[in-house]
Design a protein around this ligand. Structure first.
Ligand SMILES: NC(=O)c1ccc[n+]([C@@H]2O[C@H](COP(=O)([O-])OP(=O)(O)OC[C@H]3O[C@@H](n4cnc5c(N)ncnc54)[C@H](O)[C@@H]3O)[C@@H](O)[C@H]2O)c1
Length: 191
C-alpha cells in the first residue's frame, strides 16, 4: 500500500514533535513544519531550527523539515506543494502549532500577546485548513472506511436505509427520495 502523507505544524517540539514521531513510526511520510524562531510578542522561546532538525533526524528518512509560520499562507502553501511534489499528495494536516499567554486576569494580558494567541491558535489553524483543504480533496478516495465526501453511499445497505423516511407526512416517492439524497449527499442511490 502507498504510504500516506501528513503535514504537521508546530513540529519542532511538544505535541507537534510527538505527532511527527508517532506518524513516522506508523509508516506515514511527514512534512514537519515549524516557525523555528522566537516571536517578539511572546515572553518565552519557541522551537528552534535545531529542535526541528533533531526531530526530523530521529524520525527517519520519511520526514522532511519545512520552515514556515502558520500565519503566512504562502509559506504554508509551499509546504503543501512540497508534500504533493515529493510524495504525490496529502492525506492529513495536523495543526499542532500553538502559543500561550496568560497567568494573569484576561484584562491584564498584554495586547500583543493576546493578538499572537488569536493569530496563531485560531488564525494559523484556519490558514492551514484553507491551504491544505484542496490538496486533501485532490486525493482520490480514502483507502479504508467510508468515504465522507459520499455521505451515506460509503455506508452499508442497512445504514443507508436509515436515511429513508418510512411514514408520516414526509414520506416521499422513490424519485423524490433519490433527488433529496442526491442534494444532501451528492449522489443518487438505487431504492
Ligand atoms: N502541552 C500540553 O499539555 C497542552 C495542553 C493544552 C493545550 N496546549 C496548547 O497546544 C499548543 C501546543 O502545545 P505544545 O506543548 O506542543 O507547545 P510548545 O511550545 O512545546 O510547541 C509549539 C511549537 O509550535 C511552534 N510554533 C509556534 N507558533 C508557530 C507559528 N506561528 N508557526 C509555526 N510554528 C509555530 C513553536 O516553535 C513550537 O515548536 C499550545 O498552544 C498549547 O498552549 C498544550
Amino acid at each position: 500500500m502507498t504510504a500516506r502523507v501528513a503535514l504537521v505544524t508546530g513540529a519542532a517540539r511538544g505535541i507537534g514533535a510527538a505527532t511527527v514521531m508517532a506518524l513516522a513510526a506508523g509508516g506515514w511520510r511527514v512534512i514537519a513544519v515549524d516557525r523555528c524562531a522566537d516571536d517578539p510578542a511572546l515572553p518565552y522561546p519557541l522551537g528552534s531550527r535545531g529542535d526541528l532538525d533533531r526531530v526530523v533526524a530521529e524520525a527517519g528518512p520519511a520526514v522532511i523539515a519545512a520552515q514556515a509560520d502558520t500565519r503566512d499562507p504562502d509559506a504554508l502553501a509551499a509546504a503543501v506543494r512540497l508534500a504533493e511534489e515529493r510524495w504525490g499528495g496529502l492525506d492529513a494536516a495536523v495543526a499542532a502549532a500553538g502559543v500561550i499567554a496568560g497567568g494573569v486576569p484576561a484584562w491584564q494580558v498584554p495586547p500583543e500577546q493576546e493578538q499572537a494567541v488569536l493569530d496563531i491558535d485560531l488564525g494559523g489553524v484556519l490558514t492551514l485548513a484553507r491551504v491544505a483543504g484542496p490538496a486533501l480533496l485532490r486525493r482520490p478516495q480514502p483507502r479504508r472506511g467510508p468515504d465522507p465526501a459520499r455521505g451515506a453511499a460509503g455506508l452499508g445497505r442497512r445504514a443507508r436505509r436509515r436515511v429513508r423516511p418510512r411514514r408520516g407526512p414526509h414520506r416521499l416517492g422513490p424519485a423524490r427520495r433519490r433527488g433529496l439524497r442526491a442534494a444532501v449527499y451528492g449522489f443518487g442511490s438505487r431504492d
